[in-house]
Write a protein that binds this ligand. Structure first.
Ligand SMILES: Nc1ncnc2c1ncn2[C@@H]1O[C@H](COP(=O)(O)OP(=O)(O)OP(=O)(O)O)[C@@H](O)[C@H]1O
Ligand SMILES: [Mg+2]
Length: 475
């Protein structure tokens, strides 16, 4: 495995599932075996201790009865003490009230004094005390008393060997280890198998997506194995649909652009050809054709300029140069500039200012956006009609409406007029001389000012565009 593949494996869901399953298999089995061993140990030691305690109780009765603590010559007690130490493979020490060792079954420490914490505790509490349990031996301190003599007369210190218990424990531990090892091996296999099965649907999602990216034959993917994979594929399908729409609109745009750019070219070619093909063309015809050619060049130029404007806005980097402007003044200027065009068709241009409005706008862009609306209102108007521009504001926004008495927009076109190159009536509009980019630019400009534009229209009655823009611009 290469380093990259290795890190990919360790980061994979499959690896994590494997680890979780392994932990789930191993941890409980380790805990169970350890608990079993611990339980066995405590129980076995407890059984042994109570057996010793019982023996000691019987012995202490006899010790008191025979006054063994003062006179240790009793054979019966001696042999019983020896027997006790032999049975449990240990040692018995008998201590009297003055901490003097009366009897040692090892015969090493007799007549010596023994003051150990175990003995002291045994005298104090008068109870049988297990006072040590380490390694292979267990030590018990049992008080010497009887039913007739309840005061503690002495203490019996019994050391008991626990080596068989320990040996059994070691054996159990080995068996436990073996069981754990088997469980580990089984867990590894099981987790490998399970993780493969669990992760498979995800691999299927990846495969479906890859198949799709190789070619667009299928429209969507579907992996309904899990709710999660269903959600992923649904989201992916949505994205795919959106990409398709984008793709279609892009190719439509490209074909529109080519078409629009070709039209003036074709006209120029026709005009130029007819001049080239004729001999002795009169000067006036030259003049006229050249004039037409210049007009076509201007048209071509305008389309390219508009396109560049739109492309710049699309990039989102188009920066506005915002200034605090007198909007009333801006609108007045726009109307003044367009007055001559309106006059040609005897259209009334009216400005209704409800109040003085100052706002943050990019002067050039805002002016061109509103100009485009007023221009449209004039262009798509009837002779002797009117165009009414109004300006109003509240504490947050200002509102510009451009209403006209023109031909109106058919209902099925209303939603499309902001599209690039869209014109309601292609032939008629061409006569009027538009490219269909104006409203697209207008809407982009208004959006850049964080504003909105809406249109209301009734065919044959007129159209109203209303624009709402915030008074202060917040980037
Ligand atoms: N006030 C209006 N009344 C009726 N139709 C309109 C009005 N404004 C726009 N339209 C319709 O919407 C179409 C798109 O308008 P837009 O301003 O985008 O393009 P254009 O005026 O044809 O060309 P351009 O503005 O690029 O020179 C127009 O062709 C026209 O059919
Ligand atoms: Mg226009």
């Amino acid at each position: 495995m290469t380093v990259k593949k290795k890190t990919r494996f360790f980061k994979s869901l499959r690896f994590r599932i494997m680890i979780i399953l392994l932990i789930l298999g191993i941890v409980p089995s380790v805990i169970v075996t350890q608990l079993m061993i611990y339980n066995y140990e405590t129980q076995a030691l407890e059984v042994r201790a109570s057996a010793v305690r019982a023996q000691c109780a019987i012995l202490s009765n006899q010790i008191i009865k025979e006054n063994y603590l003062n006179d240790s010559s009793s054979e019966a007690v001696n042999s019983k003490l020896e027997l006790l130490s032999n049975i449990y493979g240990g040692r018995v020490l008998l201590v009297d009230k003055d901490f003097r060792i009366v009897k040692d079954t090892y015969h090493v420490d007799e007549e010596k004094t023994l003051i150990s914490p175990g003995v002291i505790r045994c005298f104090k509490t008068g109870e049988v005390t297990d006072y040590s349990r380490n390694g292979q031996i267990m030590q018990l301190a049992v008080p010497v008393k009887s039913a007739d003599v309840p005061q503690i007369q002495g203490a019996m210190l019994v050391t008991v060997s626990c080596s068989e218990i320990m040996a059994t424990m070691v054996e159990m531990e080995q068996q436990g280890m073996l069981i754990i090892a088997i469980i580990v091996v089984l867990s590894i296999f099981l987790s490998y198998f399970l993780s493969t099965v669990l992760v498979k649907p995800l691999a299927r999602v990846t495969k479906s997506i890859e198949d799709l990216t190789d070619g667009y034959q299928k429209d969507e993917i579907s992996v309904p194995d899990y709710t999660e994979t269903e959600l992923i594929t649904d989201a992916f399908n949505k994205m795919l649909a959106r990409m398709k729409v984008l793709d279609e609109s892009r190719s439509e745009f490209v074909s529109n652009v080519s078409h629009e750019l070709k039209t003036p070219m074709t006209s120029m070619k026709v005009l130029a050809d007819s001049l080239v093909g004729q001999e002795g063309v009169p000067e006036e015809l030259y003049q006229e054709f050249m004039h037409d050619i210049t007009a076509e060049i201007d048209r071509e130029n305008r389309i390219i300029t508009d396109l560049l404007t739109l492309v710049k806005m699309d990039k989102k980097t188009a920066d506005l140069s915002i200034q605090h402007m007198d909007i009333n003044q801006l609108l007045e200027d726009i109307l003044k500039r367009l007055q001559p065009i309106a006059d040609k068709r005897n259209i009334d241009l009216i400005l209704d200012s409800f109040r003085p409005v100052e706002a943050d706008v990019d002067e050039l862009k805002f002016t061109s956006a509103i100009s485009n609306l007023v221009e449209n209102a004039i262009k798509y108007n009837v002779d002797d009609g009117w165009v009414r521009v109004s300006l109003d504001a509240d504490h947050k926004y200002f509102y510009v409406t451009v209403a006209d008495s023109g031909m109106g927009i058919p209902e099925d076109s209303i939603d499309r007029i902001f599209e690039r190159f869209y014109r309601v009536d292609k032939s008629h509009s061409r006569e009027i001389g538009g490219t269909g980019l104006g409203l697209a630019i207008t809407r982009s400009t208004i959006a850049m000012h964080h504003g909105v534009i809406k249109v209301f229209s009734r065919e044959g009655e007129g159209t109203t565009f209303s624009v709402r823009i915030p008074l202060s611009y917040i980037p």
